[in-house]
Design a binder for this molecule. Structure first.
Ligand code: FE2
Length: 144
């Protein structure tokens, strides 16, 4: 157990008990925390500089998410997890969502940061609860 406090939005119920995946999940929530610092007012549209900063965050998020997803899918493959296909679909749809958000940031139709942050945090929370935790239980039940 690390002494570091959980990043905002990461609840202890999301812990899988698989240290690498839990660290990666926490790292993704920490990245989302950067969104809060982009603008002094989370409820208004971003100006040009703030949009650039947000695009940097989206880029980092995409990189981290891609690395994390492939690590996670590998573990699932090694465990012959029957839910692997569904996971791959969900991960791909998430990356498509990020690409769409990047396009919206670039063409000036993006929603305020509070909504972007909310969408991403809800996605991670829901995905971990509904898809990753069942994998952690499967892995535990099939260990050894
Ligand atoms: Fe996943």
């Amino acid at each position: 157990m690390s002494a570091k406090p959980n990043p905002a939005g990461y609840s202890p119920e999301l812990a899988l008990g698989i240290p690498e995946l839990d660290d990666q999940h926490q790292g993704l929530f920490t990245l989302l925390g950067r969104i809060d610092a982009v603008s002094p007012d989370m409820y208004r549209q971003l100006d040009d500089d703030e949009t650039d900063e947000m695009l940097d965050i989206m880029n980092d998020l995409k990189d981290s998410a891609m690395q994390h997803f492939s690590f996670e899918e590998n573990l699932m493959g090694e465990a012959d997890y029957p839910g692997l296909d569904d996971q791959q679909d969900a991960h791909e749809r998430f990356l498509d969502d990020i690409t769409r958000m990047e396009a919206e940031l670039m063409n000036g139709t993006s929603v305020p940061p509070v909504k972007i942050h909310g969408f991403l945090a809800d996605w991670f929370d829901g995905h971990i609860r509904e898809m990753d935790l069942p994998f952690a239980r499967f892995r535990k039940d099939n260990a050894g």
